[in-house]
Structures are given as structure tokens and as C-alpha cells.
Design a binder for this molecule. Structure first.
Ligand code: MN
Length: 721
């Protein structure tokens, strides 16, 4: 059983000058919080945090990490609040505890491999400070040490989760001692008989193995001394779990397996590793193709070592790892090595530790960057940098690029969910579509059958999937709107002949034009009409019976469209229906830049070739120069709420803050400014041109009046009026 005295004693050995107050405060708080609580085996609950803190002090972790371990369970299932904890142990430790509590709440449900991988990454990404993970791993180590208090079924469940989630994390972080211990506990829980068989086998060989280890160590040590290499040589028994793995991988029986032991040679300098290797290869015969240089090519988790297999005495193969003592520390303790006290001081200065919240910055500040370069890259790219991991209500974990939004999540669920998404709930709280996902979020999408994608969404979505789905939807809808518009244009003309699209369709009179245009169907023809690729008259000629057409068109008139236009202007009853401009017609309708018409303005459409209808003000000078027979009557849809751009010119004094005042007025009126441009006219006068998003001329007029009232503004004019 670990006591607080053991922990303080441990810390004193590696950090004699450290301030131990945080550990004492944390201990007192833990004692208070867990007072009267017991563990499954009946012992006081406090023993658990003490044991976890003990494990971390054996890893020579910094004071804050050890203190965090002492109170790591004090927020959960406890009346203790975050504020109370902050008062007792400070903000840093409380934040760490909060991190541990948070990842403790992440429940791993889906057992698929991909899900496990995502889940591991989510845990890592959720705990911004890697010390959170170290505490969580130590917590799991102690829980595994005491696993026998659970029922066998529960034991298996916990062991499986440990193998799926915690062992790979320990491996990824290079904590090989922790990893080995976890694996062995899992092995015991999952295959107790197999483990007992291996342990019994090792015990039966113990005396022989000890003798053999001593014999080989002597030979190796002598050889090192001969070449003046200061080396520690030792042999060790392999863990039951790794022996079981070997048997399985090699398809061998336990009795035939000889490499139950492995040797290590620890030296001081990197060069000595290669020298030691040379010495061993001259003393023993080498087994071909078994040499690996993890010093020249470190493993992604930072592991460095030379591995070789030799033919030892008595014809037995001998595995040897050669590394420096520093490499050994990293090999055994991985990422933890970076938060440890080294010769009484933190591997990082306390200043650096508090300043940096994220692990990549932590590593940039780390001292031994040379050894850890590749490790840093892995940390950066795989663990923390560019991805977020969030959960569905069903507990699945989904991966997104950093910056992805609730809208991306909706499209990841299903295209229909994306297309009708109105917002989301994150951990029960309402958020808008543009909410940026954070690792650990539990996201639930809200939909409405009235919702549909718009081009604005292209600025909200970040993932390729969502962007392409939104684009596709908008294009389809714009195509439909264009077809509707083309049909409306044809319909308006047909009305002159007492005809209609429906009637012509019923009588089979639409076939000719489809054939003539080589179109897929009649919709394609309407589409081309709206785009201006085919004149309305061409279509009408093919639809209306010849005699009707001649009768109506031989009467003197100045062009069909002109006639329409004149009717439109005088608005006679029973005249051709004007094209309805809803503002949402899509690409086939655009407002002419020369006069910037707005709903409420008298307007005329002009069918420009290949680009659909361009709407001009009826009074536009530009319009007067355009071909009369391509003009069509248009009418604003008064029920439409779409925004149009209205341009205004503001003549004003060139005084500081004026533009800010104008902006405030627009903001107050709820009018967006699309663009603003100010020009100094000299003589302390300026001209400001604004492009505003407004509904109609009424709204534009109101905002112009408000701007006129601003001090320093002389006149406000509408551009193109
Ligand atoms: Mn715990």
C-alpha cells in the first residue's frame, strides 16, 4: 500500500528542491473528498489515488502531475465543485483533473478497429495537456493491478478495453514499462490458464536461466572492459505476455521456445552503441538478418536502440539491445521522460510548463530536440494537430479536419441530414451551423423539412464531402429554377396565341422543338431559353400551329417583345404575364451592374445570349441601346425576401470615425455592407461608396435617410438613379 510519505520520499529523491505544498494540499483535499468511501475490495477509496500518485512518482513526474493523481477522482461522483478544488490546489491542477474527468466520461462502445483508433486519437486530442493522459494511464495501471475484485465477466470487459485503447496509447507515447504491465494484467484476465502455464514453465527453468544470464553477462562485460567501454550489461526474463505472443507468431510450443531471456547493454554516448555492437560481433557469431538500427531510424514513438541476435554459449540464441542510458529512459518511459525531473530539476522549466498548453509547443520547447525530432513530428501530425474527434449520440466516433463545423458533421451523418440541417446540439447546448467542432464534443444534428442548402453554406462547410453535396444541391436547384424561368418565358409568349405549355404538351406539339434542338427533353429547351441560348420566338414557331402563328404575326407590329414591353409598361389586363423575379431564380437571372435595379424599381429583363435574363431599370440608358426584341417584361415578387445589392454614394466631410459611424448605422438597421470604398476628394471632403445588401428600394431608402442624419454627411445618392 502506498502512503503519502512514500510519495513525498520518492519526489525528494529526484527533485530535492521541489515545493511539495501542492502534493500536501491535494492529499488533504482527496482525504476530505473520499472520506467514508470504499473500493470494491472494501479498503478505503483514498488508497486508489495514493497508488496512482505513487506510480507517477516512480516515473519521476513533476509535482503538479503527482498532485493531480491524488485528486483525479475527486470531481467525479463527489460533492466537490471545481471552484472548491481551485481554492485548495490551484487552477493548473484543477484543469488537469478536469481533463482526466472529461476523458473518463468518454465511453468506448463500438469495438471495430477503426472506431478504436479514432477513440484513442480522440482521447489524446481531448487532453490538450499530455499529463492528463499520463494520469489516466497510471489510473488504469492501478485499476488493472486490482482487477481481481471484479467478476470474471467484468474483468474480461475491462481487459479488452485496456488492450483496445490504453495499450496502444501507452505504446504510442513510448511508455513501454506501462504498456508491458498493462498487457500482462490483460493477459491474466483474458487467458488466466495460459498465463499460469507460462509462469510455471519459467519457474521450472528459473535456476538454469539465472545461471545462463550470469554466464553471458560475464563474457559481455569482460569484452566491454577490454575495449574501455563504460557499459552496464544485464539480462532479464521476458514477460509472460510477450512470450505468449512469440509462441503464437512463430507457431512454436512453449517447450521449444528458447528466447525466454533478453540482454541489454547500456552505454553513455551514441558512438559507443556502435562500438559495443562491433565488440559483441567479434566475440559472438551473429545470426544473419537479425540486426536492426533504431538509432539511425528511430521508431515513430521516439524509441532508439540497436537490436541484434547472437549465437551464445551452449548453442543458444541471445537477443541483445544496445542503447545509451538516455535512450533507455525514453524507451522505458517515453513521453513521460519529458515531464520528469532530471537531476533534481524539471526537464522543462516550470515557466515553460505553465506557458505551453499544447503538446507540440511543449516539444518545441523541450531541450533534447535532436533525439526527439521524429517523435515531435508524429505528435504534431498524428496526435494533436489537424484533426478533431467527436461523438454521435449513438457513441460512434467521427473524425474531422480541424475547423470543421456542425454542418460538416450533418453531412457526415447523411446527405439528407446535411441538406435539412438547421443547427446542432453539442453536449445538450444549442449551436449554429457554423459551430466549430472540438474533440470530445457529443454532437446531435437538428433538422427541419423546410430547410435547404444555399450557396452561403459553401463558406460554412470545410470538408470536401459537405462542399460537393452543397454545390450539387445548389446546381440542381438552380437548374430547376432556370427551367421554371424558361417555361415561364415560353408560357408568357404562348398566351398571346391563346395557347399554353400544358395544352401544347397534351396535343403533342412540344416534340418538334425538342427534336430540332437536339435536346434531351422539353426541360432542356426551357433551360436554353432562360439562358438566352435559344430565342423564345424560335420555340414558339415550332409549338404554335402554323395558321395561328401567321394570323397573329402578320398584323403589323414592331416585334413581339416590343409589343410585350409596351403592354407591360401600361399594364393592360390580360396581357402577357411578366417573368417573376424572386431573387432566388438562380444563375439565370442577374441584376445589371449599370443601374443596380432593386425590387420596387420599374424594371425590364434583357435576354443576353447564354447568360439568361439581366434585369435593368426601365429608365436605364444602357437598356435603351440593347436589341428591343430580346427584352422581356419582368415583375418583382413582392413576397420574396432575398437580398439584392444596392449601391449608394455618400458625400461627406473627411473626419475620423465617420466610416465607423456609417457602419454602426447599417449594423443597427440589420443591413450588411458587401463592400465599402472611400476616396479623399481633398479640401477635407470625401466620397464613400457602399454596396449594401437590401431587400428592396424601401429598405435602401430608409438606410439612406439614416446615413444622411450622421454628422458630417452632406448628401447620399443612389448609384444609377
Ligand atoms: Mn481513478
Amino acid at each position: 500500500m502506498t502512503t503519502i510519505a512514500d510519495i513525498l520520499g520518492n519526489i525528494r529523491t529526484y527533485a530535492p528542491d521541489a515545493d511539495l505544498q501542492p502534493v500536501m494540499s491535494a492529499y488533504l483535499l482527496a482525504a476530505k473528498a473520499h472520506h467514508g468511501q470504499t473500493r470494491k475490495n472494501g479498503e478505503p477509496y483514498l488508497n486508489h489515488p495514493l497508488a496512482v500518485a505513487g506510480i507517477l512518482s516512480e516515473l519521476r513526474m513533476d509535482v503538479e502531475t503527482v498532485a493531480t493523481a491524488l485528486v483525479h477522482d475527486a470531481l467525479e461522483d463527489n460533492p466537490l465543485s471545481k471552484d472548491e478544488m481551485t481554492d485548495a490546489v490551484g487552477a493548473v491542477i484543477t484543469e488537469l483533473v478536469d481533463g482526466v474527468t472529461k476523458i473518463g466520461k468518454l465511453k468506448f462502445r463500438n469495438k471495430e478497429e477503426l472506431q478504436a483508433e479514432n477513440f484513442r486519437k480522440m482521447m489524446l486530442a481531448t487532453s490538450r495537456d499530455p499529463r492528463v493522459i499520463l494520469v489516466k494511464l497510471a489510473d488504469r495501471v492501478h485499476n488493472m493491478r486490482t482487477i481481481e475484485h471484479h467478476k470474471p465477466e467484468k474483468q474480461r470487459e475491462i481487459a479488452k478495453e485496456t488492450l483496445d485503447i490504453f495499450v496502444p496509447i501507452a505504446n504510442r507515447l513510448g511508455l513501454s514499462k506501462v504498456k508491458a504491465e498493462l498487457e500482462d494484467h490483460c493477459f491474466g484476465a483474458l487467458e488466466p490458464e495460459e498465463r499460469s502455464r507460462i509462469v510455471a514453465h519459467i519457474e521450472s527453468q528459473q535456476a538454469d536461466l539465472d545461471r545462463y544470464i550470469a554466464r553471458v553477462c560475464t563474457i559481455m562485460s569482460d569484452a566491454m572492459r577490454e575495449y574501455h567501454i563504460d557499459a552496464d550489461v544485464y539480462g532479464r526474463l521476458k514477460a509472460p505476455y510477450s512470450i505468449a505472443k512469440k509462441i503464437r507468431e512463430k507457431g512454436m510450443t512453449l517447450e521449444n521456445l528458447h528466447d525466454l531471456i533478453a540482454f541489454r547493454v547500456l552505454v553513455t554516448k551514441k558512438e559507443e552503441c556502435y562500438l559495443a555492437l562491433g565488440v559483441l560481433h567479434s566475440s559472438f557469431q551473429m545470426v544473419q538478418d537479425k540486426f536492426k538500427d533504431y538509432i539511425g531510424h528511430p521508431k515513430p514513438n521516439g524509441y532508439q536502440s540497436l537490436h541484434t541476435v547472437l549465437l551464445g554459449p551452449e548453442g543458444r540464441t541471445v537477443e541483445v539491445q544496445i542503447r545509451t542510458r538516455d535512450m533507455h529512459r525514453v524507451a522505458e518511459e517515453g513521453v513521460a521522460a519529458h515531464w520528469q525531473y532530471k537531476e533534481g530539476h524539471l526537464a522543462l522549466s516550470p515557466d515553460e510548463l505553465t506557458k505551453v498548453a499544447r503538446v507540440r509547443e511543449m516539444f518545441e520547447a523541450a531541450r533534447d530536440t535532436q533525439d526527439a525530432t521524429e517523435f515531435q513530428q508524429v505528435i504534431r501530425s498524428e496526435l494533436f494537430a489537424d484533426e478533431v474527434f467527436v461523438r454521435t449520440p449513438a457513441g460512434d466516433v467521427k473524425k474531422f479536419p480541424l475547423g470543421a463545423t456542425a454542418l460538416d458533421f450533418a453531412y457526415a451523418v447523411h446527405t439528407d441530414v446535411g441538406n435539412t440541417c438547421v443547427g446542432a446540439k453539442v453536449d445538450g447546448r444549442m449551436v449554429p451551423l457554423r459551430y466549430e467542432l472540438k474533440s470530445g464534443d457529443r454532437v446531435e444534428i437538428l433538422t427541419s423539412s423546410n430547410q435547404k442548402p444555399s450557396r452561403d453554406w459553401l463558406n460554412i462547410a470545410k470538408t470536401g464531402r459537405a462542399l460537393s453535396k452543397i454545390k450539387r444541391f445548389c446546381e440542381l436547384e438552380e437548374r430547376e429554377a432556370t427551367i421554371r424561368l424558361g417555361r415561364e418565358m415560353v408560357e408568357a409568349e404562348l398566351k398571346r396565341f391563346g395557347d399554353s405549355v400544358q395544352k401544347a404538351r397534351n396535343e403533342g406539339r412540344l416534340k418538334d422543338i425538342v427534336k430540332k434542338r437536339n435536346a434531351r427533353d422539353v426541360d432542356q429547351v426551357f433551360f436554353d431559353v432562360a439562358k438566352g441560348d435559344v430565342p423564345v420566338a424560335t420555340v414558339i414557331k415550332k409549338i404554335v400551329p402554323e395558321d395561328t402563328y401567321l394570323e397573329k404575326t402578320t398584323t403589323p407590329y414592331a416585334g413581339i417583345a416590343n409589343a410585350l414591353l409596351s403592354r407591360f409598361r401600361s399594364k393592360p389586363s390580360g396581357g402577357p404575364s411578366p417573368i417573376l423575379i424572386t431573387g432566388e431564380n438562380g444563375v439565370a437571372v442577374e441584376m445589371a451592374r449599370c443601374c443596380n435595379p432593386l425590387p420596387g424599381d420599374a424594371a425590364v429583363g434583357f435576354i443576353s445570349r447564354g447568360r439568361g435574363i439581366r434585369v435593368h431599370k426601365a429608365t436605364c440608358d444602357q437598356l435603351a441601346t440593347l436589341e428591343a426584341d430580346r427584352r422581356v417584361p419582368v415583375e418583382w415578387d413582392v413576397t420574396a425576401t432575398a437580398k439584392h445589392s444596392g449601391r449608394i454614394l455618400i458625400h461627406c466631410n473627411d473626419r475620423p470615425g465617420l466610416l465607423a459611424n456609417i457602419t454602426q448605422v447599417c449594423e443597427k438597421a440589420g443591413v450588411n455592407i458587401n463592400s465599402a470604398e472611400a476616396r479623399n476628394l481633398g479640401d477635407q471632403r470625401a466620397l464613400v461608396q457602399l454596396e449594401l445588401a437590401v431587400r428592396d428600394i424601401v429598405e435602401l431608402g430608409q438606410i439612406m435617410k439614416s446615413i444622411e442624419k450622421i454628422g458630417g454627411v452632406e448628401a447620399v445618392d443612389r448609384v444609377g438613379a
